[in-house]
Design a protein around this ligand. Structure first.
Ligand code: ASP
Ligand code: MG
Length: 405
């Protein structure tokens, strides 16, 4: 048994966004180390870097998402982990930068959205026992074909939780540029407040509805392996938000947060032939093309049927190609980018009537145009006109009693 506490600490892009910040992270790690912790660090690329790389690839071919794309994107993390290791060594603490293949993070072969299959922990444990801080490149893995893969944008959170789970730890720290998960994006809603606790299911719902604080898959893994997440600021020492099992929480409010996603697009197919065969064909083709479908609306109009569904902006080109391919020239394929998704999330909704009523009262009072609506047992979401996003978020936040005084 070791007397020290091993802690996986993930640092996001802004936390390692400049040399000054990397040095500050190194100071913090050294102090944790001297206080008896044994950090296992996972880092993202320096902020803006992955976007820059995506743009370079897109300039050549926006549709290509094969192995070379992942090789390119994964390079950002190689830079940040090396710099952070140099900063630690300067402070007299031994550090070992490690890429996914060196550590043994094995994934499937779905480039640009790979899933982790397994992680070897023997090397990590060896390093920790020797007092060396492992600094691991987040966001990347290696496929069976020994190609570099990436886990989807924001995927280094998932790397961190997967490593914590593989090491059988019960907590994982996610250091970021905000002090906590908030009841809404504070840039959108002035009266948003910091949440001290959240349940895994709420955070998962928030992540899939557009909150970018944590990668969706990271929360899924944390829930599955019962790894508590502590989302906290890199620049402050106080605690942030704890994300844990519902049964471990003191209370479960009806609505915990308002989330939004501005990068939503609606695809509209206006003159589809009647019947379910065409629906099955379209959605099968989209699934094969790895397009994530969000909200679906369908209705009949005379001898045709209309279908609309929302997707993320990133999948727009691919979706249009697939639709045109499957449907030919007879069907009009249109899209609407001037939309955004807004949602209210809370586990308490399960046993509280009237949430939909309040949601639509608020939407109605503020004359918010609404395109698609869907619900789950712990959320209500709608795709609305993008110009009304701030109004919608602010008013929902207020009517569900989330405004801080
Ligand atoms: N650098 C990657 C991205 O920007 C992964 C991450 O930051 O989590 O998506
Ligand atoms: Mg992130």
């Amino acid at each position: 048994m070791s007397e020290y506490q091993i802690m996986v600490k993930k640092f996001g892009g802004t936390s390692v966004g400049s040399i000054e910040r990397i040095e500050a992270v190194a100071d913090r790690l050294v102090s944790d180390y001297h206080n008896g912790q044994r950090p296992v660090v996972v880092a993202s690329a320096m902020s803006g870097e992955t976007n820059r790389l995506v743009n370079l690839a897109n300039d050549i071919n926006p549709r290509y998402r094969g192995p070379a794309y992942d090789m390119l994107l994964a390079s950002g993390e190689q830079v940040s982990i090396s710099l952070l290791s140099i900063a630690l060594e300067k402070r007299g603490v031994k550090a070992r930068p490690m890429l996914a293949y060196q550590l043994g993070i094995l994934t499937d072969s779905l480039h640009s959205k790979a899933k982790i299959h397994s992680i070897k922990t023997d090397k990590l444990r060896g390093l920790v026992d020797e007092g060396i801080i492992p600094i691991i490149a987040g966001f990347q893995g290696m496929s069976e074909e020994q190609m570099i893969t990436t886990l989807g944008r924001g995927g280094s959170d998932t790397s961190a939780v997967a490593i914590a789970a593989a090491m059988e730890l019960d907590t994982c720290e996610i250091y970021t540029d905000v002090p906590a998960v908030c009841s809404a994006d504070p840039r959108l809603v002035k009266k948003a407040s910091e949440l001290t606790e959240l349940s895994f299911s709420e955070m998962m719902e928030m992540a899939s509805l557009g909150s970018r604080v944590l990668h969706h898959r990271c929360v899924e893994l944390a829930a599955k392996y019962k790894v508590k997440l502590h989302v906290r600021s890199t620049f402050e020492t106080r605690e942030g938000t704890w994300i844990m099992r519902e049964e471990d929480r003191l209370e479960n409010p009806v609505v915990t947060a308002v989330t939004h996603d501005a990068s939503t697009v609606i695809i509209r197919l206006l003159n589809l032939p009647l019947g379910t065969e065409v629906l099955s064909t379209i959605f099968t083709a989209l699934a094969e093309g790895e397009v994530m479908i969000d909200i679906i609306g369908q209705g009949q109009a005379n001898e045709f049927q209309r279908l609309s569904f929302s997707i993320t902006e990133e999948d727009l080109h691919r979706t249009l190609d697939i639709c045109k391919n499957v449907l030919g020239n007879e069907v009009d394929v249109a899209y609407d980018k001037d939309v955004a998704k807004i949602a209210v999330v809370g586990v308490g909704m399960r046993n509280h009537p009237g949430v939909a009523a309040k949601f639509f009262q608020s939407i109605h009072e503020h004359k918010i145009p609404i395109h698609l609506v869907t619900t789950s047992d712990i959320s209500i979401s709608a795709v609305i006109g993008r110009e009304k996003l701030q109004d919608a978020a602010t008013s929902l936040h207020q009517s569900f009693g989330l405004d801080q005084d």
